[in-house]
Design a protein around this ligand. Structure first.
Ligand SMILES: C[S@@+](CC[C@H](N)C(=O)[O-])C[C@H]1O[C@@H](n2cnc3c(N)ncnc32)[C@H](O)[C@@H]1O
Length: 276
């Protein structure tokens, strides 16, 4: 049996390519590095090396899960966001790189108190609090299993003293006002779910993905409650789907807010900033 890293990697890439995985090379390398408990960078030095039967079996089991479209972050148990590794499991959205657009815009603002609606794994609020050492936050989610993941990450980054975690339907359980409100709410239109990658639909929680009212239900609910939690001088920054800018802007404008839309690194509309 051939246990050379080069050959195992080639076979894995071929299997993932045949399963329609978008980045078979990147995913195979990440999973092999994980099986070997080394970094992806160190893997480059080991191309000619052989691995033990045990590591090979682990690697093949990871590849089988990926063939079954399980997200890489769920197989690894973590996902990098803004340069830090966050604990991730099947109870939360697999954080997307485009969500860093919220962080980019939020860090251009002054804030002491930040509210994260639909916190999931907590990546947004944790990143903001770590980047602004004197700030405090509140993290909200309706899913208790998501809140347990957020709590794990809050502990991992030693933020227990700076962030409170509450179970709430958007702002209903929030009784303070904030300088900054952020959210990456679910925004996929349930009736169009056939258009989305099956890995998303099979492995991530529905509540993190889909919204009613053609994908706009969360924005409608938040727009109606926002003035109760946003200070007069504050700003709210929300992620949007690439084709939702016009409609989401109208939703907030109809509630009396000013809006501006910004693009992500792929030049797609990605965040909306909302002020009084
Ligand atoms: C798209 S995920 C975002 C997770 C995380 N903030 C991120 O960017 O990776 C949306 C989150 O909103 C939460 N959510 C859905 N409906 C909610 C509601 N009515 N009230 C509060 N949170 C809700 C989901 O449980 C999920 O964690």
């Amino acid at each position: 049996m051939n246990n050379s890293i080069n050959i195992l990697l080639k076979e894995a890439i071929c299997r993932l390519r045949n399963s329609g995985i978008k980045d078979p090379v990147g995913d195979s390398r990440k999973l092999l590095a994980h099986a070997l408990r080394i970094s992806k960078k160190d893997l480059i030095m080991m191309n000619q090396a052989s691995i033990t039967e045990e590591i090979k079996a682990n690697f093949i089991s990871f590849i089988e899960l990926r063939e079954d479209l399980k997200p890489v972050s769920q197989i690894l148990g973590f996902r990098s966001f803004w340069g830090r590794d966050f604990y991730i499991d099947e109870n939360v959205l697999d954080p997307r790189p485009e969500t860093e657009t919220i962080i980019n815009h939020a860090l251009k603002r002054e804030f002491n108190k930040v509210l994260d609606l639909g916190t999931g794994s907590g990546i947004i609020i944790i990143t903001l609090l770590l980047e602004r050492q004197s700030s405090l936050g509140q993290a909200v989610d309706i899913s208790n299993s998501a809140l347990s993941v957020a709590a794990k990450n809050i502990k991992k980054f030693n933020l227990d003293d700076r962030v409170s975690v509450i179970s709430s339907n958007w702002c209903e359980g929030v009784h303070e006002k904030f300088d900054l409100v952020v959210a990456n709410p679910p925004y996929i239109d349930r009736s169009r779910n056939e258009l989305y990658d099956q890995s998303i639909i099979s492995w991530e929680p529905e509540i993190a993905l889909f919204s009613n009212k053609h994908g706009f239900g969360a924005y409608l609910a938040i727009a109606q409650q926002l003035r109760l939690v946003l200070k007069d001088t504050g700003v709210a920054i929300f992620e949007i789907g690439y084709d939702q800018a016009l409609k989401v802007s109208r939703i907030f404008q109809n509630e009396g807010f000013q809006t501006s839309v910004f693009k992500d690194l792929s030049n797609k509309d990605r965040v909306i900033e909302v002020t009084f």
